[in-house]
Each structure stands twice: as structure tokens, then as C-alpha cells.
Design a protein around this ligand. Sequence first.
Ligand code: SAH
Ligand code: ZN
Ligand code: ZN
Ligand code: ZN
Ligand code: ZN
Length: 501
Amino acid sequence: MAGGAPEGWRGAERPGAGGLALLGAAPGAPSCPHGPALLFAKSGRGKEEGRRFYACSACRDRKDCNFFQWEDEKVSTTRLAAREEYNRNHQPSFTHRQNVERYKNFILLPLSKRRFCQECQQLLLPDEWEEHSAHQFLCDISTAQLKSPSQLLYPLENKKTNAQYLFAERSCRFLLDLITDLGFRRVLSVGTPRLHEMIQSKASQEEDFRVRSLLLDIDFRYSQFYTEDEFCHYNMFNDYFFGGEAARETCRKFLCQDNGERVIMVTDPPFGGLVEALASSFKKLMAVWKKTEKEGHNNQEMPMFWIFPYFFESRILEFFPSFSMMDYQVDYDNHALYKHGKTGRRQSPVRIFTNLTPSKIVLPVEEGYRFCALCQRYVSSGNQHCEICNSCTSKDGRQWKHCVLCKKCVKPSWFHCNNCNCCALQNHTCEKTDAGCFICGKAGHKRSTCPSLPCTRTACQADKKQRQKTLKRIKLGICKRSAMKHAMFSRKKVKNKKKKT
Ligand code: SAH
Ligand code: ZN
Ligand code: ZN
Ligand code: ZN
Ligand code: ZN
């Protein structure tokens, strides 16, 4: 392996931070077990500046997938063959179809014979007990448990690659009620297993509930509980269906029914995610929907809820200018910090971004949200309408204040600093004025906040520290079960682990 893949490529989101830039999906890209790799370039002033390489689209951590290849690297046929074999060997031990068969047999078993291996995260059939005898398992798996796989399975908490943050019941129910109130009949659930599960169980219990859901997720453990029409093993960073054309066709058909009317896509990607890669996949899914109708949906977009932290607003709007951010704070079960507490609550930074008309997104009044007639949208209780900005300006739920010098509203904890010529925390360190900016040469700012950079970057930069702190808190605030490293595929394949690809 020449050179070795630079660590932490998600730094690509912030130019300069990780020294890497994402160039995206490239035709003819080589594949790792997670589908086609993405193309990156090293940035910065090092010897290898601008050198391009492919790396795994799904795994931020090289421990999870160490795929790496320079773009201009010659790969021998022997190595190509070895790589193909490696990719084959790193697929799950059972196919989705086999898992569906296994499930059918499993539900025929009496309660006393229904076991779930916690170590392998797998439903066990009696003739497999022996094999798992040294493992911890759960007994008497009820039908109710089978209908709530997100409760049965451990949330993946491999922090870098696939941390799973499950919706709190309250937020999940809010989302589903909103979806049904808006008249949607089908939900493409991309990385939202708990929403999918809520829809599925409601549909099986209430006869007049006609909403259907298709789950697309990289967590293959879910294939044990859902048929091939209910779940597709999918990678949302490169729009890759592990089940090939048949699975892609399942998704296409799902989007097509009723001429694609009343379909909404809901997605809650990993927060560390590369917004650009996600946006590119989502645009492809939107394009599939658009093709479903002969009239081309009159230039409409497939309705979408993209659930993501508020500080990614400018990044998301860069790719989806038709989107707006709702004030609703999405809560999670396995976030120690962002749960709806008894006495007041910690504010969750996670929001809903949507291309639907904001005034139609009715937020719960009993939780303090109110309608702002001027903005024509629901806002959180602390979000005051600023006369000067002519908008409800708070992003984080607290009341923001207007700074006449900055000509905009800022966080309540900020003060205008004459040295920096902008608002900042009182105890901030003023940007050095003597050094001069690396990019434009002017004094008064560093290259990170250079006004000649595209505005999104500088805007992000101002909040960078706070944002990193918050992200860290989110990530540390999850439950304490031991990390499940290889759970993206249900079983460990230790044998080939060390082989180079
Ligand atoms: N709040 C959601 C879960 C969000 S956690 C709910 O409760 O339903 C992020 C989800 O995205 C997880 O289900 C995870 O398995 C999935 N995921 C992570 N990386 C992915 C990828 N590359 N492609 C598809 N899904 C992915
Ligand atoms: Zn990979
Ligand atoms: Zn307003
Ligand atoms: Zn203002
Ligand atoms: Zn100011």
C-alpha cells in the first residue's frame, strides 16, 4: 500500500482542517466491500498536495475499511483478483433471501425455542444453538420484539463510522403524524430504521392505516426482520445497492406506485457525514422519483425530510437551495444529552430540513412552538422575530440578539469585539492582526475566516469551535455498551482481515 490513506478524511468537510477535499464519485472507481470508493485529493502545502486517491465511502475509520488506492496507481491483475475475492468474503454470511427464509422458520418456533444471539446479533434456529453456546443470548423472543428490531439490536456505536442515534418515541411519533397529516402514503426511510419500524408495526395493527415504508440502510442486521420489499441494504454515501439491480428496482417500483404521488423520503444520516456525497446520492434518488411520472412532476422535487444538525444549514442549502430548516428539535433515545428531560430540556441541535412549504410543517404548540405570521412558519418559543432582519433568526432555540455593527442577529452569549470586527464569545482570543491573512495578505483575519473564501466556508468557520464542541458532546453522549465493530455486516470474518486489498 503506497503511502497509506490519510486519517480522518471527514475533515474534507472543512477545507484546511483535514487537509483533504472530496471530489466525489468517479466513473470507473475501484470498489471496496462497501461499493465504489470515492475520490479525494490531498490539499495543503505538503509534497503530495493535490494528489488524488480513492478511499472507502462509508467508513471514516481505516480500522473499519482500509481501502486505499492512488488515482494514478497501476493495480496488477493479481491484486485486482485478490481484491475481488476480499470484497466477496466481506459480504454478510447469509444473503437477504436466506435471512427471510430463516425468519419464516423462526416465527414457527414456540416461544421457548426462540433465541437471539447478542454477540452475533442474530436470530438463532435450534440447530445453531450449539455453535453459539459460548455466547450470550436472549430467550423467548416475542412477536412484539420481532416487530421492534431497533430495540432488540444494539445501536451501533462505532463512533467514526456508524453511530446509530435512535429517535426518541416522541420525536418518531411527531414525524409519523406529520407525514400522515401531510397526506403521504409512502415513506422512503433512508437510515431511519426506527421510523420504518413504527410505520410497519402500525400498518400491521391498524387496518385503516395505509402508510407503507421501504428502509434503505447499511446495517444489514435489519435484513433478518424485513422482506426484500421492505428493506434494501444500501450505502447512502455512494448510492450503492448491495443487492444489485433487483434491489435498485425494488426501490424504483416503490417510488413509482401511484405515479409517485404522495411519496416522501426521510433521512437521518450519520452527522459526521460528507454532505456533498449525501446530496449527490439523494439527488439520484430524487431523479428516480422524477422519472416515475410521464409529466415529470411539473418540475417538482420529491418531498424530503433531511434530519441533520442546524450548523450544517449552509452546507445543505448549497446543494438544495429549495430547502429550509425547521425549528423542531429532534430528540434521540441514546443521547444522554439530548433527551427531553423532566425539568426543562437540553436543546438538541438536530433539525428537519425540507423542500415542503414551511407553513405546512405544523410544530407542536404543547411543546412551545408557535406560528410566526411574518415568517410564515412555526418557530421555537425562544425564537423572537427580529424587526431589523425581518425574520425569526435563532438557530439553536435560544433568543438571539441583533448586533447593529454586524448587521445581523447573533447568539445571546456573543458580544461585539472591535478588535475582530465581529461578534464572538467574550473570552475569545482575538484573531492576530499583525500576521496578515495567508490567502489575501490583508491584516485583521486569518485564512480560515478570509472574506475572499466562498461565504459558506467563512460562515461555518465562525461557529466552528462551538460546532466541534457540540458534535463531540453528541458523540460522547451515547450509551455505554461495548462498541460493535463489524456490525455493518452481521458476522465477523476474521480470517481475511489482515489481507491487503
Ligand atoms: N434516528 C434514526 C437513526 C439514525 S442513525 C432512527 O431512529 O430511525 C443513522 C442511520 O444511518 C443508522 O441506521 C445507520 O445504520 C445508517 N447508516 C450509517 N451509515 C450509512 C450508510 N453509509 N449508508 C446507509 N445507511 C447508513
Ligand atoms: Zn469500504
Ligand atoms: Zn418570524
Ligand atoms: Zn436581527
Ligand atoms: Zn457584532
